[in-house]
Design a protein around this ligand. Structure first.
Ligand SMILES: Nc1ncnc2c1ncn2[C@@H]1O[C@H](COP(=O)(O)OP(=O)(O)OP(=O)(O)O)[C@@H](O)[C@H]1O
Length: 308
């Protein structure tokens, strides 16, 4: 079984600017794969090349074993694409937008009528199917675009920043729908949002300035952070003083005092008992393990926060 997506040394230049730089990627069939990166990382460029909208400068890309340079027509039949812009026809109702897409894909009337009914139900849009997209909320429009991309039963679905611009509630709704359709196809999504990648994806690639800088599961990426365990200790008072006591301890590798809270990085979790002993009698209100997030991974890899 070929991988859903494979790239070898994929490179795309716009004049002097290298938007994709020797990108090597493999995405297994049936997985949800997230490409994470700040503005300008090359995410949209990669999707354009993979969906045959644009030709690479050099290197190779394959969708289920088909070469993007020579099998454009077959690939376009296999894939569904949700681009950053919603690109709905505002003069057609939601249902008519879907019917138009089905006809463009050569689907038979009998077949697409049933499929549209099912998908509208699944996406929670059935009651509003005869309304115009302009009367929809941003989240509903996004769901309609995802519905449209799913109509012809693609084997690989590309979602370019599916929740950018949505409020947190609509974002969660779109995540739920993506999760509900996962498994039956491969999903490749790009995102700025670390939480989105963490919530949805089995595997994640991090790109910056056109280069792939990390690849793995969320847990693998977190494990690649330099070791150590971080705890947050909240004091009733005198956090600075206790911070200074902790700073002097051999097992403490990093420490940051912020108001009443001290974030302490220990060489390993076994050191926690030493810390607790040192704080005997201190007005400790709370000790919590600080989970490392993808944000930490990103900062450790690129030296900067994600630029949204
Ligand atoms: N058609 C084009 N002509 C010239 N430069 C381009 C073109 N399209 C993109 N670029 C540049 O290529 C780089 C990568 O852009 P791309 O849109 O692929 O990044 P992205 O990761 O999708 O960013 P965003 O998160 O903002 O969508 C950027 O520096 C961008 O300015």
């Amino acid at each position: 079984m070929p991988a859903a997506i494979t790239t070898h040394s994929l490179t795309k230049r716009y004049g002097d600017l290298t938007a994709l730089d020797n990108f090597d990627l493999e995405v297994a069939q049936g997985s949800i794969f997230g490409l994470l990166g700040p503005n300008g990382a090359g995410k949209t460029t990669l999707i354009r090349v993979l969906t045959t909208l644009m030709r690479q400068t050099s290197g190779e890309a394959f969708i289920e074993g088909l070469d993007t340079r020579t099998s454009g027509r077959e690939i376009r039949r296999l894939i569904g694409v949700v681009s950053q812009e919603n690109s709905l026809d505002r003069y057609l109702t939601a249902r008519e937008n879907l019917e138009l897409h089905a006809r463009l894909h050569g689907m038979e009337h009998r077949h697409y009528r049933k499929r549209i009914d099912e998908l509208l139900e699944l996406m929670g849009l059935a009651a509003r199917q005869n309304d115009f997209p302009d009367t929809y909320s941003g989240g509903m429009q996004r769901r309609l675009v995802v519905t449209r991309a799913l109509l012809h039963e693609p084997r690989v679905l590309f979602l370019d920043e599916p929740t950018t611009g949505l409020d947190p509630q609509s974002r969660r709704a779109v995540w739920d729908y993506i999760k509900s359709i996962a498994g039956s196809m491969t999903i490749f999504l790009t995102t700025h949002y670390l939480e989105e990648a963490e919530q949805l994806c089995n595997r994640i690639a991090i790109a910056d300035h056109g280069r792939l800088i990390a690849l793995g599961s969320t847990q693998e990426l977190k494990d690649r952070l330099t070791g150590g365990t971080f705890y947050l200790i909240e004091f009733g008072e005198d956090a600075e003083r206790y911070g200074a006591i902790l700073r002097a301890m051999a097992c403490v590798r990093e420490i940051e005092v912020d108001g009443r809270t001290v974030c302490v990085g220990l060489n390993s979790w076994e050191c926690l008992s030493e810390v607790v002993t040192a704080l005997n009698g201190a007005p400790v209100r709370r000790i919590a393990l600080r989970e490392r997030t993808l944000e930490d991974v990103f900062i450790s890899l690129t030296g900067e926060k994600v630029r949204e």
